[in-house]
Ligand binder design. Structure first.
Ligand code: GLU
Length: 447
């Protein structure tokens, strides 16, 4: 192993022992870019690796909000502005009980390379809060979002940092966040947030973009093997925005998603989550904030597996869409035994490190930072529309999204080949994403 890479990984493990997700993300990226570091001895002189794993700026802020009974509650707000070398900081906000610095940090770090891969001018950031949206009323969500923006608004802007949604933050939350930003700034700067509603500057196709983009990426992989999407069976997890977009595009192209999952278990729908009624029901489930997948089983009369995950269900393509590290070694073994040929990560860092290595050995693996980049790419298209003060048609946005996903696939394949790694989509995505950011950092001088 390259000595500089090795030393930086070792010191990361010591320094951030309390942030295992961040260590995992750093290790994957730095191991992948080793041939690039070998080829660029100047990286060490400029200490590029330690600089790229050190966020340019990260801060927390106090968020105090009132519940419907008049009781006040205090949460931590986070925004980590990781790397701005190629554009304004860009990345989602996650509202989830388990949020702590290690989660925001791994997500922000991944976002640097994901955003770079899109070919668009966006830097990497992430933020959020340990606020738990489960079971909160609409008024409580609004008050929380307003309080959150009060802590954040001074530090963001259309040319500074442009937050968006992630888990627990959808169109409704973005609306409340933007309303508060506008009130505080006294200006209509709607390029400050993406994932907005259509009435105030949102982009068509943004809600579908992550799921659609994942399918566009997948089409490239299938094409590489002379294979087709039509007739394929997809085993997926999750039931939120990403899974919804995936089901919709898969259905349009003649493939079926046979499993979806929630915190209470998974359902198996032999006919696929394919009709408009079923696909729209996912939106209803999400809006209900109950987080229960059993409702789907009851409504459509399909088997429900309480407390279980869908890994091991027979299918051609496995697509985890729920959260980080949802597939560990045990799950990976079941996936291999199920006969699946393609493992396409969709949720950020879906797979534990050892499980990913095992899967790479047995089947074709695509990494989340490439596969799910269609979401943030379409956010960048939303920013373009906002600065042009106009909106593009759904067809136009969709076509650009497809082109961007093809580009991401192409540059990943080419980067892996260039460094003698063959058809390695994981290493290729890291190499291609890293190279552009590194070049910008070197050209801009040391800081
Ligand atoms: N949270 C999404 C992601 O993980 C979207 C970020 C954005 O649109 O800025 O990439």
């Amino acid at each position: 192993m390259n000595d500089y890479v090795k030393r930086v990984i070792e010191s990361t493990k010591t320094k951030y022992a309390h942030e295992p997700e961040f260590i995992q993300a750093v290790e994957e990226v730095l191991t992948s870019v080793e041939p690039l570091v070998d080829a660029h001895p100047e990286y060490e002189k400029y200490d590029l690796l330690n600089r790229i794993i050190e966020p340019e700026r990260m801060f927390t802020f106090r968020v105090v909000w009132m519940d419907d009974n008049g009781q006040y509650h205090t949460n931590t707000g986070y925004r980590f502005q990781f790397n701005g070398a190629i554009g304004p900081y860009k990345g989602g906000l996650r509202f989830q009980k388990n949020v702590y610095p290690g989660i925001i940090k791994f997500l922000g770090f991944e976002q640097i390379f994901k955003n770079s891969l899109t070919g668009l001018p966006i830097g990497g950031a992430k933020g959020g809060s340990d606020f738990d949206p489960q079971g909160k009323s609409d008024a409580e969500i609004m008050r929380f979002c307003q309080a959150f923006m009060q802590g954040l608004y001074r530090y963001i802007g259309p040319d500074i940092d442009v937050p968006a949604g992630d888990m627990g933050v959808g169109g409704r939350e973005i609306g409340y966040l933007y309303g508060e930003y506008r009130r505080l700034k006294g200006a209509f700067e709607n390029g400050v947030l993406t994932g907005k509603g259509m009435s105030y500057g949102g982009s068509l196709i943004r809600p579908e973009a992550t799921g659609y983009g994942a399918v566009y990426y997948l089409l490239n992989v299938l094409d590489h093997f002379g294979d087709k999407l039509e007739g394929k069976v997809i085993v997926a997890s999750g039931y939120g925005n990403v899974t919804w977009g995936l089901c919709k595009k898969a259905a349009q192209l003649g493939a079926k998603v046979v499993t979806i999952s929630g915190r209470d278990g998974y359902i198996y729908d032999e006919d696929g989550v394919s009709t408009d009624e079923k696909i729209n029901y996912l939106l209803e489930m999400r809006a209900s904030t109950k987080g229960s997948i059993r409702d789907y089983a009851e409504k459509f009369n399909v088997p429900f597996f309480p407390g279980e995950k869908p890994w091991g269900v027979n299918g051609d393509i496995v697509m985890p869409c729920a959260t980080q590290n949802e597939v560990g070694m045990k799950e990976a073994e079941k996936i291999v035994a199920s006969g699946a040929k393609y493992y396409i990560e969709v949720s950020n860092m879906s797979t534990e490190a050892a499980a990913q290595a095992y899967l790479k050995d047995k089947l074709t693996v695509a990494p989340s930072k490439a596969v799910n980049a269609g979401g943030v790419a379409t956010s960048a298209l939303e920013m373009c529309q906002n600065s042009e003060r106009m909106s593009w048609t759904a067809e136009e946005v969709d076509q650009r999204l497809e082109d961007i996903m093809d580009h991401i696939y192409q540059v990943s394949v080419e980067a892996a080949e260039k460094y003698g790694l063959g058809y390695d989509l994981v290493a290729g995505a890291n190499l291609a994403g890293f190279e552009k950011v590194a070049e910008a950092m070197v050209e801009q001088g040391v800081f």
